[in-house]
Design a binder for this molecule. Structure first.
Ligand code: EPZ
Length: 418
């Protein structure tokens, strides 16, 4: 297992090109299961979750190749309908093949994805919605089996705007004749990227980005040639590293519109943000930020995936502030690690109260999930002295070549074998 060793206290200076979005690439790669034709997806980040998806699609009967951020999918044998435990347990997003396989073959079996450190993460919203389209749900040995004699269009309302459920049902409905209407949908930008991809495959999709999405399915869908949108969470994470460490960082191949809630909060905290065409410039003194309270919400609210890196930035706040995590029930694991670096954070249930400290101090810490790991990089960049982050495999799941990108921007970070 690798560690990151970071010497904090220096300012950043330079430019980073933002990679394609992990959370858009995953559903779009799953959508290639909707067609037997060849698909070519570009700007796909080279991450462990993408490689897990490649293994899953190959296991299911596709033949995938992936290099230089280009992912090609061909169908070379009859597709399996069963996504097995050993593949699904590695990555929850594997269940995004459920919608496509149910639509195409009227039968799919996949392992119930386990929980993860940030929460139980049930899939009831997905299953209730599949039932509304005519699927029957069975459970056997830890697997869920969905079957349907025939799928029918429906009007359904999600009890919560689940990102994955919205994506699964958009993909399933894309092969169901007639008009399906999804209400209380997730509005994240990745949903809009998937909608654009499904339209290119021949489905009729409208309303993405709002709470109501209408889909009229096609008899068959075409192969897809598509470029994935920029990763807004990677964008926000790098903005926070620069805000915390101080200096001037330019981000390219991204878009300020993807990180509006964060940009607003950073400006309130005293950080200068200047946006250009597909670029964002962050200019920070690296001093103590002004207090800004943040509560995570479904898009267009403050993204839960930036809550941990934001908390790390707020650890040196000049005063006190609060962070409310409304999406996941256990997403404050990073607080204890930040306290090892000198932060003063009081967590009760879904609220964290941060009493700012003058200085964070480097220490040995441990990543517990992708974004908690990112938070430790933000803190280490601002801290005095050396920080060693263990279990960086969590970080590798969500950030492509992160140490090389940050080193080029002036952060003293090394990857070492543990
Ligand atoms: C997606 O997960 C993202 N993952 C997550 O990013 C992100 O944190 C999350 O959306 C929220 O924005 C990908 O896109 C691959 P949800 P997803 O369904 O789809 C509850 C990262 O770090 N829920 O919107 O699983 C659930 O427990 C990852 O990149 C149900 O109760 O998120 C959670 O509390 C982490 N029943 C809330 O809804 C369901 O059937 C949001 O979940 C589904 C969800």
């Amino acid at each position: 297992m690798d560690n990151f060793v970071i010497q904090g206290g220096g300012k950043l200076a330079g430019e980073i090109r933002v990679s394609g979005s992990k959370n858009s690439a995953l559903p779009i790669l799953a959508a290639t299961m909707l067609t037997g034709e060849k698909s070519e997806i570009s700007n796909v980040p080279d991450l462990m979750d993408i490689r897990s998806t490649l293994s899953l699609l190959n296991y299911m009967g596709k033949t995938c190749s992936f290099g230089s951020n280009n992912f090609t999918v061909r169908e070379t044998s009859v597709l399996k309908h069963h996504a097995p435990y050993e593949l699904v347990r590695k990555m929850r997003a594997s269940m995004l093949v459920a919608g496509p396989l149910l639509a195409r073959f009227k039968k799919v079996r996949f392992s119930l994805p386990g929980g993860c450190s940030i929460g139980v993460r049930p899939i009831d919203i997905h299953l209730e919605a599949f039932k509304k389209l005519g699927a029957e749900v069975f459970y056997e040995k830890g697997d869920v089996i969905l079957t349907a004699a025939k799928l029918r269009p429906a009007r359904l309302r999600f009890r919560f705007p689940s990102v994955g459920a919205t994506e699964n049902l958009m993909m399933c409905a894309s092969l169901v004749k007639g008009s399906t209407v999804l209400e209380n949908c997730a509005r994240e930008p990745e949903i809009a990227d998937l909608a654009r991809a499904l339209r290119k495959m021949g489905a009729f999709v409208e309303g993405e980005g709002t709470s109501i999405i209408k889909i009229s399915g096609a008899e068959e869908l075409k192969g897809l040639k598509y470029e994935v949108m920029p990763d807004r969470i990677e964008t926000g994470t790098f903005m926070l590293v620069a805000a915390a460490a101080g200096g001037t960082l330019k981000l390219s191949d991204t878009d300020i519109a993807l990180v509006e809630p964060l940009a607003r909060a950073l400006k309130k905290a005293g950080v200068e943000i200047v946006s250009g065409k597909n670029t964002i410039l962050v200019n920070s003194s690296g001093g103590r930020p002004r207090p800004v309270n943040v509560a995570t919400k479904p898009h267009p609210g403050f993204p839960t995936d930036l809550q941990a890196p934001w908390m790390a930035f707020m650890a040196r706040v000049d005063g006190k502030c609060e962070v409310h995590e409304a999406i996941f029930e256990n997403r404050f694991m990073h607080a204890a690690e930040l306290m090892r670096m000198g932060a003063e954070i009081m967590v009760t249930d879904r609220k964290a109260v941060i009493k700012g400290v003058e200085r964070l101090l480097g220490a040995p810490v441990m990543a517990s999930d992708i974004r908690a790991g990112a938070a430790l990089i933000v803190a280490a960049a601002a801290a005095k002295g050396e920080t060693v982050i263990r279990r960086v495999y969590h970080i590798d799941r969500g950030y492509e070549k992160i140490e090389a990108k940050l080193r080029r921007a002036g952060l003293r970070i090394e990857r070492v074998k543990a």
